[in-house]
Design a protein around this ligand. Structure first.
Ligand code: DC
Length: 236
């Protein structure tokens, strides 16, 4: 039987549309309950950055699937915790956290993440990260493909305009200048590409809890998630 002070460790899958605030929610929940956090979007972004640097993506955003598949064994992705508690993405030993958030990476990430070999490779790593459970993972296919047996699945959505406004604010805070129109177009285009790709498209798992967080503050989102988590581990 589970001890009250030693609750069973579960998998929490947070999926949803681009810039829906999934990562902020997922990070905050993981910190509050002492779980690992994995941002799977960062992994697709890191592969995209590698492909861009190595001439595997054309100016019109076409990805060379064969070259990228061949390069996968040379792409090492890890996460590192910074002294301020933030998590950075490390590509072959280099901290690329800022670079993978750039607009040119956002513009190229959907074609790269549609390549089946890329998905199989990253999904395997993601499953290994969660092998001991006690993890919060966010992405597009976590509740459907990576961990279909996750004990708690959340599907986050908010109107595209709200998501674009948030993303512009986030980018500006990081010193990256991007217009609202440009970001909105990218969000809408990524939604479409993520939903229509053949391999593990963005889809709400049948047993996911829906969350439209457009009118919610961060503390309200935290409370909502902690409540669900406590319910799932049998503390409520
Ligand atoms: O969460 P994000 O916006 O940083 O993700 C970047 C892209 O990566 C997103 O447009 C689609 C892709 N992605 C994916 O295909 N599957 C995931 N599990 C996570 C992200």
């Amino acid at each position: 039987m589970n001890q009250p002070d030693n609750p069973r460790r579960i998998i929490i899958a947070i999926d949803g549309y681009s810039s829906s605030g999934k990562s902020t929610m997922a990070k905050s929940l993981a910190r509050a309950i002492g779980y690992k956090y994995v941002d799977t979007g960062a992994m697709y972004r890191a592969v995209t950055l590698y492909a861009m640097r190595n001439g595997m993506i054309s100016d019109n955003h076409a990805a060379d699937a064969i070259a990228i598949e061949k390069a996968l064994p040379s792409i090492d992705i890890a996460f590192s915790i910074m002294p301020d508690g933030s998590q950075h993405t490390i590509l072959n030993g280099e901290d690329v956290e800022d670079q993978i958030r750039r607009m040119d990476v956002s513009d190229n990430v959907s074609p790269v993440s549609a390549i089946p070999a890329v998905r199989h490779h990253l999904v395997k790593q993601q499953q290994a990260f969660g092998s001991e459970r006690g993890i919060v993972m966010d992405g597009r296919d976590i509740g459907t493909t990576v961990f279909p047996d996750a004990e708690l699945k959340i599907f986050v959505n908010a109107p595209a305009a709200t998501r674009a406004e948030r993303r512009v604010k986030e980018l500006r805070q990081k010193g990256i200048d991007a217009s609202y129109e440009e970001v909105l177009a990218n969000v809408v285009s990524r939604d479409h590409q993520d939903e229509t790709r053949a391999e593990s498209p963005l889809r709400r798992a049948d047993d996911a809890v829906d969350l439209d967080n457009s009118g919610m503050s961060i503390p309200q989102q935290d409370a909502f998630l902690i409540n669900l988590y406590q319910e799932r581990i049998g503390k409520k």
